[in-house]
Design a protein around this ligand. Structure first.
Ligand SMILES: [Zn+2]
Ligand SMILES: [Zn+2]
Length: 268
């Protein structure tokens, strides 16, 4: 569907225009493809809820039993985005297919709506087009997100490593211009000190301490886990601390020179 916003009339019109051209649907394959697309969008867009709306009738292929575990695993991983599936089932709610769909919808905290006739679709779609109320998990309220250990590997695999920067550039976080420990986002080329991004990740990670979004383009980035821990433990100086140190050294140096010249004054 071209429409970005959810427009039930548009969906109904499209369905009607397709009419008999709609081929027997491969539901399992469709879910895999839809989630793949959603993962791609998730990589670039933050602070969104992702919803897959499925319209299924008796004409669709039943989800093969052997596909079910893989689908369940995938949904368990992406539901932290947060992601959910709402399904409108047109036809018998007692079929094996209905039971499988119900399981998948529930797994993602979505819902299955059963209707007997296509005529009821309008009402259901209109209801669904209103912003879905999603009870906010406590971690959202506290601005803290946590991705469960079982799912962390999946989200880490979505993250890019920042690229090295070998020339002098201005860090987009602390605005210092130098060539010390600079890296850049591979998606938007925005440079930043690795240590500045490590600090940034403390408040803006996606639920894994060393996986965070680029502050410029929202692309998902990751830094070394131990490096981040060292920065947070104060074992690696931040740019602000380094600058202070340099200033202090210069002041100490000036004091030294001063005291030497004072001595000279005393001597003469
Ligand atoms: Zn910096
Ligand atoms: Zn970026």
């Amino acid at each position: 569907l071209d429409h970005f916003t959810f427009d039930p009339e548009y969906i109904l019109k499209t369905l009607k225009s397709l009419g008999k051209n709609i081929t027997k649907a491969n539901i399992a394959g469709g879910i895999f493809i839809a989630i793949t697309i959603i993962i791609d969008v998730f990589k670039k867009i933050s602070e969104k809820f992702f919803r897959l709306l499925m319209l299924v009738d008796d004409g669709a292929y039943e989800i093969p039993d052997e596909y079910l575990p893989a689908l369940e695993e995938l949904i368990k991983k992406v539901k932290d985005m947060p992601f959910f599936i709402d399904i409108v089932l047109i036809g018998s709610p007692y079929s094996d297919q209905a039971q499988k769909l119900l399981k998948l919808a529930n797994l993602s905290n979505g819902e299955l709506y059963g209707i007997k006739n296509v005529k009821d679709l309008n009402q259901i779609l209109t209801g669904l087009s209103e912003k879905k109320y999603v009870s906010e998990p406590s971690f959202v309220k506290q601005k803290l997100r946590i991705i469960l250990p079982d799912n962390q590997l999946f989200y880490m695999s979505l993250a890019d490593d920042p690229k090295n920067v070998n020339n002098i550039a201005t860090c987009s976080i602390c605005f210092h211009k130098d060539d010390q420990g600079l890296v850049k986002c591979p998606s938007c080329d925005t440079p930043a000190h690795e240590v500045c991004w490590a600090q940034w990740s403390e408040t803006s990670n996606i639920g894994i301490p060393h996986v965070f979004r680029c502050h410029n383009c929202f692309n998902i980035l990751k830094l070394d886990k131990n490096y981040i821990q060292d920065v947070r433990a104060g074992k690696i100086p931040t740019i602000a601390e380094l600058t202070k140190m340099k200033k202090r050294n210069i002041i100490e140096y000036l004091h030294e020179i001063e005291s030497k010249s004072e001595l000279k004054v005393v001597h003469t």
